[in-house]
Design a protein around this ligand. Structure first.
Ligand code: ADP
Ligand code: ZN
Ligand code: ZN
Length: 751
């Protein structure tokens, strides 16, 4: 008997332990890396074979596996090693880590198989994924011989054989009909044994036919040097990480394209990660123009089946280049040769639910295991990446000039305190007001950014100062004019606007803050303005972002107003003005990355202006004009910002100088949650005493900033340590790792 160790995928439990199963003879092909169906307690569940076992276990009865879920192992050696590392690094169970590699949720469908007498003989298990297939035809050996012998009287059959023999792949009936091979002829060929039917998988492509023409540019010197450096790690493959730091408009995309072309010419596959597909439609189009059908796209709105098709294409090497969001880092490849991460500083690469992986960290691990290069591109690199580049761990490539020779925009700071003193209560400073008018008159376009986080419209009582909060979460409800209602941004709960204050019963209720809708109304009142709004509320449909951007770049509208998402990636030459309504609203969030985020956002936003042949102008409105981050953002001087911010990080003990682990305990009962959190803290403090050399720091437990979400109380513990391995290992060996209400956020993007 063959025995295997299986990681059980049981989402309701945090099962770290693996179980040994026996393999019945008819499933003898099962080996490490296969997905299997196993009985577990009273359930039938998905499992992953992690290793072979020498013998049946002594402690429990050994059951047999029931079936396999695929026709080949899902995990190759590299993927298994990555999954293994993931589970240790991010403190999640092996199955949880392995699940990340599989598109969609698995729900096992059991189909009974009966014999002729109606007796149940077996069960067939299949995954819910629907694989589309079609019948195709291939030529057989006998068919080839018949073709060589060539019987002139069988004209139609010989023609059909010729077509089949010349084809490089099985052809469908439809394809054959288009070259005058009839279904009747095919039937005869099959009867004679000259052709065979074969079932072929049909791959859906939701991005088909969205192509543009390839445009070839003469590379600038800086671009050429970058391409050459990356090329040397492709032609003589080895792991090397490049930080491609290029100012906005410096032509990073062009470098990605050439690097990808080199890898593909060497017969390798390429993975390009982007923060969000809808916002990077331009990049996708550029790649499709260059590489056509070789490109597969995996955005977050793909259906489970479409995603499975994309994964299949990559695994079978029928596509060479995968463009995808965060989760694409788990795609299977046949021969991966290069990973590119665009806008590598974006926080959307971090998954904010368990397991809280970071796609960049995972990509670097996979690259290390496969010995291939990684390119990290950004105008405002993550400080940790910048630090590693400066240290020499990464190769630092820089693009200091805009590729088409245009200049960085001029940034003007508008002091909103002065505006108030002058009696201006509008969301627009006089400067931005004038600039918008002028832009419209000149037939040019503007982007207006409302830095919304922490700046939304909330409802407050004028008498007692109480704001109206969600009864389930400890946050203020946000006013939405669309349905004349207030909504909680954490749990989605909506409530009508009350006539009186629930606290003091005063009827003097007021709206505070400036949401996009309010800003839209104000800007729309200016003459000559055709305004278009882009935010979460207006972008729920599948290609909504793209449609909005299309109507804007076509010139149908001349002002694009929105939240963070208007700041990123677009290259629209007619945009000459960028207005930033509230530059500092994200600056004072209690988060060590607040400055870094704000700087990146402001720089990215400013970078949208003046990318064509006319100079750009940016108006940056702030209540805090002397803030060093605002000043540095105005000069768009990343290096100066990085230098000062790194100093602060070192002083306060934040990454990249230390590693952070955030532990969150959730509980319906506050007291019970606190006591569990306290036990974890005690555990860590013991570790601290035993290992003074580790410089371990344990903070908390304290209530989270939003202390209650969906009726669950949240308690946080913050662990800081220059090297977190020991802490992770201790937790890994503790009871806490299996608690369903304890969440480990390794390398959190915000604390
Ligand atoms: P980034 O991503 O670095 O902000 P893009 O890749 O979007 O910059 O390029 C900015 C603009 O410069 C694009 O319109 C692009 O077509 C153009 N561009 C890129 N490389 C060159 C080049 N070598 N010569 C002329 N124009 C270029
Ligand atoms: Zn809520
Ligand atoms: Zn009140």
């Amino acid at each position: 008997m063959k025995y295997i160790n299986v990681a059980i995928n049981l989402p309701v439990k945090n099962l770290f332990k693996q179980f040994t199963y026996a393999v019945p003879p008819q499933l003898d092909h099962v080996d490490v890396g296969w997905r299997v169906v196993v009985p577990f307690g009273y359930q039938t569940v998905e499992g992953f074979v992690t290793s072979l076992a020498a013998a049946a276990p002594a402690e429990y009865e050994c059951k047999e596996i029931l079936a396999t879920l695929d026709t080949r192992p899902w995990f190759d050696a590299e993927m298994l090693a990555t999954a293994n590392w993931l589970s240790e690094y991010y403190l999640c169970s092996p199955a949880e880590a392995m699940r990340l590699f599989i598109p969609g949720k698995t729900s096992i469908k059991r189909q009974a198989v009966y014999n002729d007498e109606g007796k149940l003989i077996a069960y067939d298990y299949e995954n819910k994924l629907k694989i589309k297939t079609r019948i195709c035809f291939v030529v057989t050996k006998a068919g080839r011989e018949a073709l060589v012998a060539y019987n002139k009287r069988l004209r139609a059959q010989m023609h059909a054989l010729e077509v089949l023999a010349e084809a490089e792949r099985p052809l469908s009936g439809e394809e054959l009909a288009s070259v005058q091979v009839s279904a009747a002829t095919l039937r005869i060929l099959c009867e004679k044994g000259w052709s065979e039917r074969s079932e072929q998988r049909v791959l859906r492509n939701s991005y088909a036919n969205r192509t543009e023409l390839k445009e070839s540019l003469h590379l600038t010197d800086e671009q050429r040097q970058a391409v050459e450096a990356i090329g040397s790690a492709i032609t003589e493959p080895h792991q090397e990480t490049f930080l491609l730091q290029g100012i906005t408009g410096s032509g990073k995309t062009e470098v990605y394209l050439r690097a990808a072309a080199q890898a593909m010419e060497a017969g390798k596959q390429v993975l390009l990660l982007v923060p969000e597909i809808a916002l990077t439609a331009q990049i996708v189009k550029r790649f499709q123009a260059w590489f056509g059908d070789e490109v597969a796209v995996a955005h977050s709105k793909l259906s489970q089946n479409e995603r499975a098709d994309v994964w299949y294409k990559m695994r079978t090497n029928s596509a060479k280049l995968l463009i995808g969001v965060r989760s694409a880092v788990f795609a299977p490849f046949s021969d991966l040769g290069l990973i590119i991460i665009d806008e590598e500083h974006e926080s959307s690469y971090k998954q904010d639910e368990r397991p809280n992986y970071h796609a960049r960290t995972v990509a670097l691990k996979r690259a290390q295991l496969s010995g291939i290069p990684v390119v990290l591109g950004s105008a405002t690199p993550d400080l940790e990446s910048f630090y590693k580049a400066r240290q020499g761990t990464y190769t630092h490539l820089r693009l200091l000039q805009r590729a088409n020779g245009s200049m960085l925009p001029h940034v003007e700071i508008a002091d909103m305190r002065l505006e108030l003193q002058r009696g201006n209560k509008s969301v627009l400073s006089a400067a931005l007001n004038d600039a918008l008018l002028q832009t419209a008159v000149q037939g040019e376009q503007a982007i207006v950014l409302l830095n919304r986080r922490g700046f939304s419209t909330f409802v407050m009582c004028r008498d007692c100062g109480e704001s109206i909060v969600c009864p389930h979460c400890a946050v203020a409800l946000v006013y939405h004019s669309a349905g004349e209602a207030m909504r909680c941004h954490y749990c989605g709960n909506t409530a009508p606007i009350p006539d009186e204050c629930p606290n003091c019963h005063s009827r003097r209720i007021r709206f505070f803050g400036t949401g996009t809708q309010k800003a839209e109304a104000e800007i729309a009142e200016l003459p000559e303005i055709r305004i278009l709004r882009m935010d979460q509320d207006s972008t729920v449909k599948k290609f909504a972002h793209e449609d909005i951007l299309k109507s804007f770049s076509s010139g149908e509208y001349n002002v694009l107003l929105g939240t963070q998402m208007v700041a990123k990636g677009h290259d629209i030459p007619n945009v000459t003005l960028v207005g930033i309504l509230s530059a500092d609203s994200t600056l004072n969030l209690p988060d060590f990355r607040a400055s870094e985020r704000t700087f990146a956002l402001l720089t990215q936003a400013a970078g949208r202006a003046g990318r064509g042949d006319r100079a750009g102008h940016v108006v940056l409105q702030t209540y805090d004009p002397d803030n060093p981050v605002i000043k540095l953002a105005a000069t768009q001087d990343y290096d100066a910002f990085a230098a000062s911010e790194l100093e602060i990080r070192q002083e306060l003990g934040y990454p990249p100088y230390t590693e952070i682990l955030k532990i969150t305990v959730l509980d319906k009962e506050e007291v019970r949650g606190s006591s569990l959190a306290q036990r974890i803290v005690n555990f860590l403090q013991t570790l601290q005493l035993e290992h003074p050399e580790q410089e371990l720091l344990v903070l908390g437990p304290f209530p989270a900033i939003v202390a209650k979400v969906r009726d669950l109380y949240r308690m946080n513990i913050l662990v800081k340590c220059p090297q977190m391995e020991l802490v992770k290992r201790a937790l890994w060996n503790s009871e806490f790792k299996e608690c369903r209400n304890v969440f480990f956020d390794v390398d959190p993007v915000s604390v």
